[in-house]
Write a protein that binds this ligand. Sequence first.
Ligand SMILES: Cc1cc2nc3c(=O)[nH]c(=O)nc-3n(C[C@H](O)[C@H](O)[C@H](O)COP(=O)(O)OP(=O)(O)OC[C@H]3O[C@@H](n4cnc5c(N)ncnc54)[C@H](O)[C@@H]3O)c2cc1C
Length: 544
Amino acid sequence: MKDEFEFLDLGKEVELRGDTGLEFDVVVVGSGPGGGIVAEKAASVGLKVLVVEKGGWLNSAALPQNDSTAFSNFQSNLLLTTDSNLLGIITATTFGGSGAINWSACFPPQAYVRKEWAEQHGLKWIQSPEFQDCIDTVMKKIGASPPETQNHRNALLLEGARKLGYAAQPLHQNLQPGHNCGGCGWGCSGGPNGAHKLDPTRTTLLNAHKLGAKFAKGFEVERVLFQKDRNTVKGIFGHWTDPTTGHRTPVTVRAKRVVVSAGAINTPLILLRSRLSNYNIGRHLHLHPTCLITSTYPTLTHPQDGNILTCAVTEFENHLGTGYGTKLECLDMNLPFAFNAVPYSNPATFKAQLTMYKRQANHIVLLRDRTSGRVYPDPKTGGPKVAYDMSVEDTRNMIRGIIGLVRILYTQGALTIVVPICGLATYVRPSEVEEPASAGFENPSIATFIKKLEDYEKSGVVPWFSLGSAHAQGAARMGKSARDSVVDEWGRVWGKKGLYVADSGLLPSASGANPQVTTLALSERVARGLGNEVDAAVISKAKL
Ligand SMILES: Cc1cc2nc3c(=O)[nH]c(=O)nc-3n(C[C@H](O)[C@H](O)[C@H](O)COP(=O)(O)OP(=O)(O)OC[C@H]3O[C@@H](n4cnc5c(N)ncnc54)[C@H](O)[C@@H]3O)c2cc1C
């Protein structure tokens, strides 16, 4: 693998040019999918671009990561939880953002969600050929293509859904042809045949680099700076950490435009630290809570083989036409994820479960949450705190999805099924003699297990769930007015000249689908708007 990028030594730059000597046309804060799209566009219209990223770079020297070293590439070392400890939140802190470690599923925004955003959020263009062109463009940019194969647990999901008559579909992947490693959840090292995942470092950021954009890693932006009028952007301030000495240098970069693309958890914090007062900043945060279901089988499941997430069961996504519900998908089988929801009762049973790893498959029930929460700064550390609790409606939808998944896994011959609800014992399949497979859901053991889940569904109350989230979104959302949103429909922060947001924070509500394509498409539109502004400025200057 060729390591194409060069990163600025900001310690030297500051020494050379003084504290405020660095100047660019645009600073992009954060190098995830959203930031990459804007950086490429801004560089392509001739702007002098700097992309700053607080994390490091998973280049060939850093890869492959292992289960212990990988944690440092995530926000709060993978330990960010909601205030109520309901959910653990995963988001990457590395060059390429979560785009560099995600599971490559490319799920374009769905018709019913686009309709909701057009009708309920006033964003009519979301149902237009113009926005479809944004989606098509980003799908092409990231090389999204149909999956070449389905590994054991994805095939199991598709086949179980087929047998039960549930709606399901394969998902496009942003992978080079032949990529089949199954391990890029900790960063893609290309696998045995050298075919890579097409993350931002291999697509948009690389194109931006070729167009002359500059990059700085280890640079944590604290706040956006404004002119004396307090409304016109002047640049950014943050700290750059020297990768060899660990020394932190305060750095100011002057720029007429700042695009905040730090992700839905961090973008609101930067805006709040910059003393913006819009009530909506940090609110309307959606998390797509996921419940992780572990099952085991009589034969080998090859958990580390094949691409991670290549299909989705969509049967439960739109409960009674409300637009809300769940999708059933697959989980990365890296060990910390694979055993995350296995209950610990005593050393012997836990050890027995670990020995089943080669016969194990993990799936997720992914909820489109109507519930919204809030991200706000920890008063002590300034880091993210998340207030979020799930509504009864969302809890019921989650349980409906769990029941659907349990039916699929049982149909596909699961020997055990762990649903991580406190007090719910692991489902253990009796022998074929005791309960013949031909009796299906009439078998007393599975009927009793499903009945318990149905009771939770009816009450809408669950004693304790083990839930996770890899899809933070909203919290700097797009809308028609400052009363209910943070940015306008071109990603411009209300009331601030030269300040934009382009990342998963833009989503007006939960996407329901894995959000990288929606994030990219909305960011593409922000990038086009910025490009048009630059073109218009050039034309009006030429006329003078
Ligand atoms: C484990 C996992 C698996 C996923 N799988 C899929 C999938 O298969 N399909 C899919 O569609 N989606 C998936 N997602 C979600 C998807 O990756 C994200 O929605 C997407 O990456 C969000 O892009 P973004 O541009 O908003 O921000 P991010 O990708 O979060 O990038 C933001 C970047 O900004 C940096 N940053 C933050 N604060 C600062 C600061 N103060 N100064 C400088 N830099 C800063 C961060 O370090 C980070 O690199 C997955 C996510 C995770 C975590």
